[in-house]
Design a protein around this ligand. Structure first.
Ligand code: FAD
Length: 316
């Protein structure tokens, strides 16, 4: 089933969450632990993040270093298949431009199609630490370019106009948006311009970057509606769990933490207290968002699945 149909047809707000594939060497049970914890709230879909490989410098016996490319987390296709088979839940693997050649993307799409996984989140991907392109390989630059590759695939057209047979169900997909503006966008108008293009070219819905100030979400949605973007905009929430989040989240995601929450975190004497403050803030935020008409809440569970559980108990 398409995520957009689930959102549109659901009588209740949609509960969904994102998981980060565990670091290589861990088992898939790390993923199952999170799903086992949260499945009672009837998640309508589960997103799986994707991560490009990174270069590291490996020390050699002669004192020099060799640059090697390392994949730190297993791929989304395998995890999506595991989730679908074990739980019957709808997996939404993320696919990226950065760090993945167009050829690799085509293989991933073929595998997903083969597995009957038809929902995606289409993204550019994190640029930090991304390895330089392999000579001769072709890459998508922006999420819109990757979207075009998916759209062609859906029509049975592969790279170099090769015909692709056996597409049972075309991919449906959502894309990302930023209530506080994407860090590289010169201004919000520019960001919204590209959002409009994404919708014109087939994006069914958006999931937002995490945010802690609901006013930013509401005014962003209002602005999108004024600009003619009518697709659902699902708010993404991440509960704070550590004192270090106070500076790390704004730095990493270019978002603000409202002073009311910031001062609450500053007063906490331990991360246990911060976690509790994050749960309370998350409950308040989620309730207000749903009261204000948000179609559901999408939770970022990374190092916060226990907090998501506590928030969901009060909200869903
Ligand atoms: P784009 O839509 O390509 O936009 C990037 C920037 O370029 C924006 O400033 C935009 O305004 C501008 N732009 C867009 N199109 C054009 C164009 N044609 N010409 C010029 N400028 C353009 N990262 C990961 O690595 N893995 C993940 O799994 C992952 N999951 C995410 C999930 C969500 C819900 C969100 C919100 C983000 C996620 N990210 C993930 C981070 C995301 O990949 C980064 O924020 C990235 O920098 C931008 O991705 P995008 O898809 O919004 O890019």
């Amino acid at each position: 089933m398409r995520i957009i149909d689930i959102i549109n047809e659901s009588k209740n707000p949609v509960f969904s969450f994102e998981i980060l594939p565990p670091l290589k060497g861990n088992s898939v049970y790390k993923v199952y632990d999170i799903i086992d914890k949260l499945k009672v709230f009837d998640p309508k879909f589960v997103n799986i993040t994707s991560h490009h490989s990174e270069y590291i410098y490996k020390p050699l016996p002669d004192g020099t270093h060799r640059r090697v490319s390392v994949v730190k987390r297993p791929g989304t296709v395998a995890i999506a298949a595991a989730i679908q088979n074990r739980y019957g839940l709808i997996p939404v693997p993320h696919i990226l431009c950065k760090g993945f050649s167009k050829e690799e993307t085509e293989y991933a799409l073929l595998d997903l199609n083969f597995l009957g996984i038809n929902n995606l989140l289409v993204l550019r991907g994190d640029v930090k630490g991304v390895e330089t392109p392999i000579p001769g390989a072709r890459y998508n630059e922006y999420a819109g370019d990757l979207q075009e590759q998916v759209n062609l695939f859906n029509k049975g057209i592969g790279l170099d106009d090769m015909k692709i047979e056996g597409i049972s169900t075309p991919f449906s997909y959502g894309m990302a948006c930023y209530p506080e503006k994407h860090e590289e966008a010169p201004n919000m108008d520019s960001d919204i311009h590209y959002m409009k293009k994404k919708v014109e070219n087939g994006a069914d819905y958006f999931i937002t970057q995490m945010f802690f100030d609901n006013e930013k979400y509401f005014s962003f949605v209002e602005r999108c509606r004024r600009e003619g973007i009518t697709v659902p905009i699902l708010p993404g929430l991440k509960p704070v769990t550590r004192k270090t989040h106070l500076n790390m989240l704004p730095k990493t995601f270019r978002i603000d933490i409202p002073e009311e929450l910031a001062s609450r975190i500053r007063e906490c004497k331990s991360d246990t207290e911060v976690k509790q403050a994050g749960i309370e803030w998350g409950i308040r935020q989620a309730k207000e968002l749903l009261d204000g008409g948000a179609p559901g809440i999408h939770f970022y569970t990374m190092s916060a699945s226990d907090s998501v559980l506590e928030i969901a108990k009060k909200v869903f």
